[in-house]
Design a protein around this ligand. Sequence first.
Ligand code: GLP
Length: 241
Amino acid sequence: MKITIAETEKRFDELAAWTIIGQMLKKPDSVIGLSTGQTTGNMHKIVAELYKAHPFPTEQVRIFNVDELINLPRTYSGSCYDMILRQIVEPLQIPLEHFIMPETMDVDYKKESRLFEEALEQAGGADLQMLGIGWNGHIGINQPGTPFGSDAWVSPMDPIFEKRVREETKVAEDYPLGGLTLGIRSIMKMKRVVLIAKGEHKAEIIKKALKGPVTEDIPASVLQLHPCCEVLLDAEAASLL
Ligand code: GLP
């Protein structure tokens, strides 16, 4: 696995942004998977700024996010749909019909998971996935214990993230929340995966995922077996390697 360590957070954001842009330039009809969260906000901003300064063809690019919250409207500002729409799809003028995302409300989620997977396959499969990692090693929303053979499915969220979503949305305590996520097998099928992490709080899990045993207890550890996985870290996230 090629591991790139950026000296600063700013450099990390720039390198990650250029990874996305580079893929679009190399293959203008690329199918590109993104992740939401604190890791990706700045890199998406840089992608949008560079596009504005130096526009390049984006009409054939297909974009998706690796996961989405369910039972919440797309208009909720914390939905992945809303974030990727505002951060990438709209600023880069990517046609809305090229934004591949599952429905989030009032649907049969099993069927929706299958349709999400099929839509990506019909588009030719993901050329690139920029993949974040959670504090407990989750990728997408696949929590520790998720079978490596999983396809897209609805997974529980990690408890810390779920608490935040519940506070932000003020839904009732018993209101069902979860995340529709591409599964571990879906991620392993992608042509190229770039695992991204920044900050000291990711150092411990990065060490476990990259240097520890491949185990379902640390979902990201499966990437050690991916034929084309690169890792991009800032110096803090890489500090225990
Ligand atoms: C959430 C998202 C993931 C993301 C992870 C890390 O679980 N659903 O896609 O990779 O958080 O988020 P952050 O970058 O904020 O640490």
